[in-house]
Design a protein. Structure first.
Length: 188
């Protein structure tokens, strides 16, 4: 291995990328606690404990989402690998949460359809924008949307009150931030 290849490998093996990879591993584990309740491993477990474990996994994953970005920016450890792993981990976590919530019948499938449709569309738009050399930085509305989505998913996993209302607020913010991305794309 050349010295340059070793430097690239070492640069990619940083804490933010490891946190994003850890989040990728947590997503299917959380989903397992949510949807595989008939598994013999969970025999004798109260369903509320499965909710709490899934919720705990979700909170841990959400916290790593904050810290991987914070550390990458603060310690100047942003990498191309990280720019791929971070949004992938985010999408996997949200997708796992939404699939689990639909299976548990705790969330509106229509609300989830709207959110996921926007996510796929904007992800595609961002790929096109990057290929054209355009800026695809997150907007404040996009960041708020992510926080509200995470809070709504957490409330719904634990089956707390107001989870459905938070989900619809997340739908509104998701669609609005999608509008902002479209508007900014066509203005550039």
């Amino acid at each position: 291995m050349s010295n340059q290849q070793t430097q690239i490998k070492n640069k990619n093996l940083n804490l933010p990328n490891l946190l994003a990879f850890f989040r990728i591993l947590l997503a299917p584990l959380m989903l397992w606690f949510m949807i595989d309740r008939g598994n013999s491993f969970f025999e004798g477990w109260d369903p509320s404990w499965l909710d709490y474990f899934a919720g705990l996994i979700f909170v841990i994953a959400s916290v790593t989402d904050f810290f991987d970005g914070f550390i990458a920016r603060t310690w100047n450890q942003m990498t191309k690998l990280g720019s791929i792993l971070d949004p992938l981990a985010d999408k996997m976590l949200v997708l796992a949460g939404f699939i689990g919530l639909i299976v548990l019948d705790r969330a509106s499938a229509f609300a989830i359809f709207l959110i996921l449709s926007r996510e796929f569309f904007i992800t595609g738009l961002r790929v096109v924008a990057v290929s054209e050399g355009r800026d695809v930085s997150s907007t404040m509305a996009g960041k708020v949307k992510t926080v509200v989505q995470m809070i709504a998913i957490g409330f719904l996993i634990i089956d707390w009150p107001f989870g459905a209302e938070l989900l619809w607020l997340a739908v509104f913010l998701t669609l609005y931030s999608g509008y902002e991305y479209l508007r900014d794309y066509f203005r550039q």
